[in-house]
Ligand binder design. Structure first.
Ligand SMILES: [Zn+2]
Length: 138
């Protein structure tokens, strides 16, 4: 395994995690995702994305930031199971849902039953982002 994948490096520039968009300060440890997960380019991510952290807080603000990151830098968004559960919960509190949103919700509910994370393209990410933004506390 590539050392940058296993051990990471210290960030030389301030930036953002390539997956969740968390701010990364100079000197913070960042990791490269295995190429099979991201394609040839690789991707630099924060520690909590490289080695999923059960303590990590997955809330609406986190979702909004991650969806923005996925929309800007693409190509797609594959939510973790915790994110799937949260999105389904949030969508349960808003009505009425539009047809596009209902289709997304149905896919997420199927994913919950199958315990398999779906992948969404840009258009659906934009729809999800709008919905999560509307639900985010101000
Ligand atoms: Zn991250």
């Amino acid at each position: 395994m590539d050392p940058a994948v296993r051990f990471g490096i210290k960030a030389r520039y301030p930036g953002a995690c390539g997956l969740c968009g968390a701010p990364v300060a100079v000197g913070e440890r960042i990791f490269q995702l295995p190429k099979k997960r991201t394609g040839a380019g690789g991707r630099w991510v924060c520690a909590a994305c490289r080695f999923p952290d059960p303590e990590r807080v997955i809330d609406v603000a986190f979702l909004v930031r991650k969806l923005e990151q996925r929309l800007l830098h693409g190509p797609s968004y594959t939510p973790t199971m915790a994110e799937v559960d949260l999105i389904v919960t949030v969508m349960g509190y808003v009505d009425p849902l539009e047809e596009g949103e209902l289709l997304i919700l149905r896919r997420l509910q199927e994913a919950q039953l199958a315990r398999r994370c779906p992948t969404f393209g840009r258009a659906k990410v934009a729809t999800l982002l709008a919905r999560m933004n509307a639900a985010a506390p101000r």
